[in-house]
Design a binder for this molecule. Structure first.
Ligand code: BGP
Length: 478
C-alpha cells in the first residue's frame, strides 16, 4: 500500500520567534503588530518600540524544536510541513553570501525530524519576505526579486538535498489574486510606505505583475530543483476558497463558478498545466492589466510545473449577486453566509463536506496527487484546574474533516496526505493572536506577551495519536 502521510504544518514566522537571532534579518512578518478579532493589525516599515510584534517571540520553536518534534513523533507524525524563514538565510534578501548560522538551524531541524522517521515538507516562502526587498525593490513588483528568490531557493535545495524531498515554493500563492487578502509572503505596495500594505492591492497592475514574477520564480525553482535532485517532489500551495452558489439562481451559479476560476484555478492552471489560460488573459484584460513578460517566461512556466497539488482548507462560503445578504469571514476572503453551516468563533464556516467536494473537484480537474496541508479549527482553549485542556470541539471538527477526506479517497481521488494546521499552538497569521489556537499541544504564551512557553498535551493530542495509529479507523468506526 502506498504511504499516506499524517502530520501537521507550521510556518517559521508564526512559530520560531528569535526574530533577530543568529544573523536573521527583519522580514515582512516582523513589522506587523498584534491584533484581534475586532482590531486590525497595524503595519509600518519602522518598528514602534512600544508596540507588541507577535513574530518576535512567537512560541519560541527556535529554541524548543527538539522538544516539539519529539512530541510530534509521539503522535506518530510521518510528515511535518514547515517553512524556512528567508531572512534567516539571506537577511536582506539580496546578500552575496548566505548566513551559515541560519542554514545550520534548519539542518538541525530536518535532522531531528528524520531521526524519528518524520519526512519534512518545506515551504520556501510563507509570508516571510526579507523586509529590505520591500524597501529597496518594492517587493515582487521588481523582476530582480525573482533572481534573489531563486538564489535563496537554490541555496536551500542544494544544502538540504539529502534531507528534504518535498518542496512548496510559495504558501497560498493565490493570495495574490484574492484582492484584500494577505499575499503569499510577497506584499506588493505602490511605493508609498504609509499605505503599506493594506491598500497595496488597489494597484492591480503591480499585484498581477508581482504574481507573474512569483509564477516565474516557482517554475525556475522547480527546474533547478529537479536538476539538484530528480527525486524532489514539488507542490503548488493554494488557499482553496470553496465557493457554492447561495441559491440555484443561475446568476449565483455563474458567479460561484467565476470565483472558483479566479480564486483557485488561475494559480493551479499555471503551476500544474504550465499555462496562462484564455480565461486568465481575459480576466487581466478586463482589469486593464498589461503584464510585462519576457520572451522566455512562458516557456519556463510551461516546463517548471509542479508534481502535486497541496492546499489549505478551513471553510467554505457562498456567492450571490444579491447584495442584501448576511456575510461571513474566512481564510483570506469571506463571502455570503451559508444558512446550513455553523461557524468558528472567528466566523469561519465549518464545512467538512466541502473538503470532500474540494478534493474531488481538484482531482477531477488536474489528475495529480492531492495533499491537504492545512486544516483545523482556531479556537480559544481553557486550561482547567488540573492543568488539562479538553478540546472536544477541535476533535469534532478534525474528525469530521478527516472522515470527509477519506470519503473523497473512497470516491476515487488520489489524496496522499493530511497535515493539520498548527499542531503546536502558534500565532495566528490573520490576527496575530495566541488566543486563536489550533494545536494538539498547548503553549503557555498569551497575547499580552506573558507565559513561559511550557508545552502541554491537550486531549486532542491523544486523539490524533490514535487517529494516526489506526489510520483513522477509530474515526470511521465511530
Ligand atoms: C493560512 C496560512 C497560515 C495560517 C492559517 C490559519 O492562510 O497559510 O499561515 O495561519 O491560514 O489562519 P489564521 O492563523 O489567521 O487563523
Amino acid at each position: 500500500m502506498k504511504q499516506f502521510y499524517w502530520g501537521g504544518a507550521l510556518a517559521a514566522n508564526q512559530a520560531e520567534g528569535a526574530y533577530l537571532e543568529d544573523g536573521k534579518g527583519l522580514s515582512t512578518a516582523d513589522i506587523i503588530q498584534g491584533g484581534s478579532k475586532n482590531k486590525e493589525r497595524i503595519w509600518s516599515f519602522e518598528l514602534d518600540e512600544q508596540a507588541y510584534y507577535p513574530t518576535h517571540t512567537a512560541v519560541d520553536f527556535y529554541h524548543h524544536y527538539q522538544e516539539d518534534i519529539a512530541m510530534f513523533a509521539e503522535m506518530g507524525f510521518t510528515m511535518l510541513r514547515l517553512s524556512i524563514n528567508w531572512s534567516r538565510i539571506f537577511p536582506n534578501g539580496d546578500d552575496e553570501v548566505a548566513n551559515e548560522q541560519g542554514l545550520i538551524f534548519y539542518e538541525k531541524v530536518f535532522q531531528e525530524c528524520l531521526k524519528y522517521g518524520i519526512e519534512p515538507m518545506v515551504t520556501i516562502s510563507h509570508y516571510e519576505t526579507p523586509l529590505h526587498l520591500m524597501k529597496q525593490y518594492n517587493g515582487w513588483t521588481d523582476r530582480r526579486v525573482v533572481a534573489f528568490f531563486v538564489k535563496y531557493a537554490e541555496t536551500v535545495m542544494q544544502r538540504y538535498k539529502e534531507l528534504v524531498r518535498y518542496w512548496l515554493p510559495f504558501n497560498e500563492i493565490n493570495g495574490m489574486v484574492i484582492a484584500g487578502g494577505i499575499t503569499a509572503g510577497a506584499y506588493t505596495c505602490d511605493g508609498n510606505p504609509s499605505k503599506y500594505p493594506t491598500r497595496c492591492y488597489e494597484n492591480d497592475q503591480m499585484r498581477f505583475q508581482a504574481l507573474h514574477h512569483q509564477f516565474l520564480a516557482s517554475a525556475i525553482t522547480v527546474l533547478k530543483g529537479k536538476q539538484i535532485n530528480p527525486k524532489f517532489v514539488f507542490g503548488t500551495m493554494i488557499a482553496h476558497i470553496t465557493t457554492y452558489p447561495l441559491t440555484p439562481n443561475p446568476k449565483d451559479v455563474l458567479l460561484a463558478q467565476k470565483r472558483d476560476q479566479i480564486n483557485n484555478n488561475i494559480a493551479l492552471d499555471v503551476m500544474i498545466r504550465g499555462k496562462y489560460t484564455k480565461q486568465y488573459w481575459n480576466y487581466l484584460n478586463q482589469l486593464g492589466i498589461r503584464l510585462v513578460i519576457q520572451d522566455e517566461d512562458m516557456d519556463i512556466i510551461g516546463k517548471g510545473t509542479c508534481d502535486i497539488i497541496t492546499f489549505a482548507y478551513y471553510m467554505s462560503n457562498c456567492a450571490t449577486t444579491d447584495t442584501n445578504i448576511e456575510k461571513t469571514s474566512g481564510n483570506l476572503i469571506g463571502g455570503a453566509k451559508n444558512p446550513y453551516l455553523a461557524a468558528s468563533s472567528w466566523g469561519w464556516q465549518i464545512d467538512p463536506d466541502g473538503l470532500r467536494y474540494t478534493i474531488n473537484k481538484l482531482y477531477n480537474m488536474y489528475h495529480v496527487p492531492i495533499m491537504v496541508v492545512e486544516n483545523g479549527l482556531g479556537a480559544e482553549d481553557t486550561v482547567d484546574e488540573n492543568g488539562e485542556i479538553h478540546d472536544d470541539y477541535r476533535i469534532e471538527y478534525l474528525s469530521q474533516h478527516i472522515h470527509a477526506m477519506q470519503q473523497a479517497i473512497k470516491d476515487g481521488s488520489d489524496c496522499i496526505g493530511y497535515l493539520s494546521w498548527g499542531p503546536l499552538d502558534i500565532i495566528s497569521a490573520s490576527t496575530g493572536e495566541m488566543a486563536k489556537r489550533y494545536g494538539y499541544i498547548y503553549v503557555n504564551k498569551h497575547d499580552d506577551g506573558s507565559g513561559d512557553y511550557t508545552r502541554v498535551r491537550k486531549k486532542s493530542f491523544y486523539w490524533y495519536r490514535q487517529v494516526i495509529q489506526t489510520d483513522a479507523k477509530c474515526i470511521n468506526e465511530h
